[in-house]
Design a protein around this ligand. Sequence first.
Ligand code: ZN
Length: 172
Amino acid sequence: MALLRILHYPEPILARASEPVAGVDESLKTLAADMAETMYAAPGVGLAAPQVGVSKRLVVIDCSPKDEAPRLIAAVNPEIVAREGEDFEEEGCLSVPGYYARVSRSAWVKVRFLDLDGEEREMEADGLLAVAFQHEIDHLDGILFVDRLSALKRNMFRKKYKKIMDQQQEQM
Ligand code: ZN
């Protein structure tokens, strides 16, 4: 397994829609394992393939509480097939370091995807897991959580993010 480099906004691949995965093979399983290791090391609760420079519809998510055993979900070609309610949770993103904001999401979702055995699965999620699915599937459509902010907040984000990036450059 290997740690992958996480790309940061405004890397162009983060704004592009990813390609559907044609079939689950060994190279996709290796990519999923490497993405999971990278996510846990960051640490984060979700990671989408375009964030590590691979334009494929694959995400890994683990929202299990820290004091419980890990529950890794690897979802290939995930799609939201039903949604209900509204929720505003504070979100962050490994591709947008140092910035957090509340974003409007559905409170409950049903997601259909292929697992790493190529079997079709459906999963219902609420709370943090529902937010994570929506956040990660957005990545596959080239959408970041900051794209879902109001125009005013997005402008504030751009100014603040530039400062965050400048500070990181100075530290390097
Ligand atoms: Zn993200």
